[in-house]
Design a protein around this ligand. Structure first.
Ligand SMILES: Nc1nc2c(ncn2[C@@H]2O[C@H](COP(=O)(O)OP(=O)(O)OP(=O)(O)O)[C@@H](O)[C@H]2O)c(=O)[nH]1
Ligand SMILES: [Zn+2]
Length: 348
């Protein structure tokens, strides 16, 4: 049995660092429902009211998995996060949304029913790497796949440095391997498109229905069943965040995550003759050479380029300062071009 004081700070390192405002107790956000928070405390679940100061905090609104400081039944502050899975809210905005906070593991979930969608997995991995938590790929519905080993191998080849675990929530195969990631006090979030079996996996891990699942409609269109993010406490003391399926995961500030997810391509690119090589046929392009020699899948290269461009666009939208820097960079480049020796100098 874990002792109660232990639970009150479990997973949050700020307690012993004196980060807790005086007269408050830490609690973990399990659910957010029309502005009200359900939190886990040493005494159990509690519905609390967000104080006005809560939204004023630099971390913004609380997310599932956040630690908040409670003063009575009022949540007064969002406590420092050690990791967060962040996406851009759908639409042409630059608003960041914290999907889940204080994670040890991000489970990137996809199904084995169709050919593994490698580009999609890579996109999730880029964001997951940037979260500060460890990404793991979970491939569900193994019972519906004829050649699990081949499908897993294909994903493993692309998901560099990431464990790839096949599971079936129906037969239970592979569920223990996922459970092993979720020791006492460890928090994982499942992310992935709708219908890949996240809720079914949550139920399999919990050993009881904790999340709503849906039957896929005959026409394959289906509807989202998971409507809210929720932090579930698993029997072994691990914590699992179930998130509603995402129609599209837009990158936020994920340039570093992209380079980690595509470490092989990034490393090749660093070996190009020109530092600013665009890999579009320049001489000495190491990326082009790798593609020509069959060492790099051109589709993976295209995926990298696309995500990099998206991360850069997003950065420009988000950060006016970055925009100024980009302008400065373009100006420098322009100046450098003007000063190329073989360029006729005008007006001098
Ligand atoms: N055969 C088989 N079917 C599964 C498995 N896991 C999930 N399913 C089915 O796939 C469908 C979708 O599963 P859900 O768990 O609701 O998917 P989800 O990812 O939570 O979907 P959202 O809540 O919309 O994000 C349901 O019909 C499940 O019964 C599995 O391991 N094997
Ligand atoms: Zn190049």
């Amino acid at each position: 049995m874990r002792d109660v004081t232990d639970l009150s700070c479990f997973g949050w390192d700020g307690c012993d660092q004196g980060l807790l405002p005086a007269g408050t107790a830490p609690a973990r956000v399990a659910r957010i429902d029309r502005g009200r928070l359900t939190v886990l405390t040493a005494e159990g679940e509690l519905r609390v009211v967000p104080g006005t100061s809560l939204h004023a905090s630099v971390l913004g609104a609380p997310a599932v998995g956040d630690w908040v400081a409670l003063r009575g039944e009022l949540a007064v502050a969002v406590l420092p996060r050690r990791s967060a899975f962040v996406r851009t809210v759908a639409g042409r905005t630059s608003t960041a949304q914290v999907v889940a906070a204080n994670l040890d593991v991000v489970l990137v979930v996809d199904a084995l029913t169709v050919d593994p969608r490698l580009r999609r997995v890579e996109r999730y991995l880029a964001v997951a790497w940037n979260s500060g938590a460890t990404p793991v790929v979970v491939l569900t519905k193994a019972d519906l796949c004829d050649d699990v080993a081949a499908a897993v191998a294909a994903v493993r080849e692309d998901a560099l440095g990431v464990d790839v675990l096949p599971v079936s929530s129906v037969t239970g195969a592979g569920v223990d391997a996922v459970r092993a990631l979720l020791g006492p006090g460890r928090t994982a979030a499942m992310v992935g498109p709708s219908g890949v079996g996240k809720s079914s996996l949550a139920n399999a891990l919990a050993g009881r229905p904790v999340a709503g699942t849906r039957e896929i409609r005959e026409d394959g269109r289906g509807r989202h069943t998971t409507t809210a993010r929720e932090l579930h406490v698993l029997p072994g003391g691990g914590l699992l965040v179930d998130t509603p399926g995402m129609r599209e995961l837009a990158l936020y500030d994920d340039a570093d995550g992209v380079d980690t997810a595509y470490a092989d391509v990034a490393e090749l690119a660093a070996g190009c003759r020109f530092r600013d090589c665009g890999h579009r046929g320049e001489p000495g392009c190491a990326v082009a050479a790798a593609i020509a020699e069959g060492r790099l899948d051109p589709a993976r290269f295209t995926g990298w380029r696309k995500l990099q461009a998206e991360a850069r666009r997003q950065l420009l939208r988000v950060d006016a300062r970055a925009r100024a820097e980009e302008h400065a960079r373009l100006r420098t480049r322009f100046r450098a071009q003007r000063e190329l020796p073989n360029r006729p100098r005008v007006g001098r």
